[in-house]
Design a binder for this molecule. Structure first.
Ligand code: RIB
Ligand code: CA
Length: 322
């Protein structure tokens, strides 16, 4: 079976790191390009972090493109864990890969146009604010035709938001871009906090990563610990989410998930901009425009994630532990 061509648009970000490493460890996926966007942290730190992850995985060959430094319209906000900034040498002791000369928006456009008449069009994993994707989609209507689907990490449908009560960070950071993407007509799979909060990485899992998942797994465990993602008050149990890795896991192991179609609307003005509302029952006049992941098998997902990270050891073993 030929590998699925994908492009990852990302704002590393600890959970973005897990998603990128998972994709790079999975032969079922053909990672054609990585495009970076400001989000969790400012663009310069996003570029450094993305470049370090590609270096950690031993993949300087992956086309890597710098994208938008801020949102389309609203004021810029950063992630809750933005204090981590650029991953330091204590966390990721590798020299980052540098982005190429082509801007991310143009790289997305080129990837979509090149795959428009291919047997397998490109699938885009959107792990950050949707600024790059929105601009690419308005560049040329043909671009939408070259995209198989966009799998978006974002939204807080029935779950409380993580960055504000009404929204997850990605949708909050650029609600106008989100409205553009959800209104584009491109098939969308949505991975909301409602689902990513179901899979929490605990201290026991981190110990397993330290012991079993090689250099890449250990680096991820260090990153996860440094960002302190646990929130027992919110989740009612130990552990913290690894949002973006769920997007890649959905492509790899759809059997671990349940999903439902919905009409998704985006609030992009006023106090609750960034809020995504979902009509699963056809009670609004909104057209169905997304498949929404509703549940994930937590331990099976985490077991498979960790096993895949351990496969990267052959490339990442040169990482010296400081
Ligand atoms: O709300 C969670 C999302 O925002 C994740 O993609 C995280 O990395 C941040 O980008
Ligand atoms: Ca992200």
């Amino acid at each position: 079976m030929t590998a699925l061509p994908i492009l990852i648009d990302t704002d590393p970000g600890v959970d973005d790191a897990a998603a990128l490493l998972l994709a790079l460890a999975s032969p079922e996926l053909d990672l054609r390009a990585v495009t970076a966007v400001a989000g969790n942290v400012p663009l310069d730190a996003v570029l450094a972090n993305t470049g370090k992850i590609l270096a950690l995985a031993g993949r300087p060959d992956i086309p890597f493109h710098a994208g938008c430094a801020g949102p389309l319209v609203r004021d810029q906000v950063f992630g809750r864990h933005s204090g981590l900034g650029a991953f330091g040498p204590d966390l990721l002791p590798v020299t980052p890969v540098s982005p190429g000369p082509v801007h991310a928006v143009n790289a997305i456009a080129r990837a979509a146009l090149a795959s428009a008449d291919q047997e397998k069009r490109i699938t885009i994993c959107a792990l950050g604010p949707l600024t790059n994707l929105a601009l690419a989609l308005v560049l040329d209507p043909l671009i939408a035709k070259g995209i198989e689907r966009i799998v978006i990490m974002g939204g807080a449908l029935a779950a409380l938001g993580n960055r504000v009560p009404w929204a997850d960070f990605n949708m909050l950071a650029d609600p106008h871009a989100a409205a553009t993407v959800f209104g584009s007509g491109v098939p969308i799979d949505l991975v909301p906090l409602d689902t990513t909060f179901q899979a929490l990485v605990t201290d026991d899992h981190l110990r397993r990563l330290d012991e079993e998942a090689g250099a890449a797994g250990r680096c991820f465990a260090d990153l996860f610990r440094a960002s302190d993602r646990s929130d027992p008050a919110r989740f009612g149990r130990p552990g913290g989410p690894v949002h973006d890795a769920v997007v890649v896991a959905w492509l790899l192991w759809p059997d671990l998930f349940s999903s439902a179609s919905a009409a998704i609307g985006v609030e992009y003005a006023g106090r609750t901009k960034g809020y995504l509302f979902a009509d699963f029952h056809g009670i609004s006049d909104l057209p169905i425009n997304a498949r929404v992941l509703r549940a994930v098998e937590e331990e099976a997902f985490l077991d498979r994630l960790f096993e895949r990270l351990s496969r990267l050891d052959t490339n990442a073993s040169q990482v010296s532990r400081t």
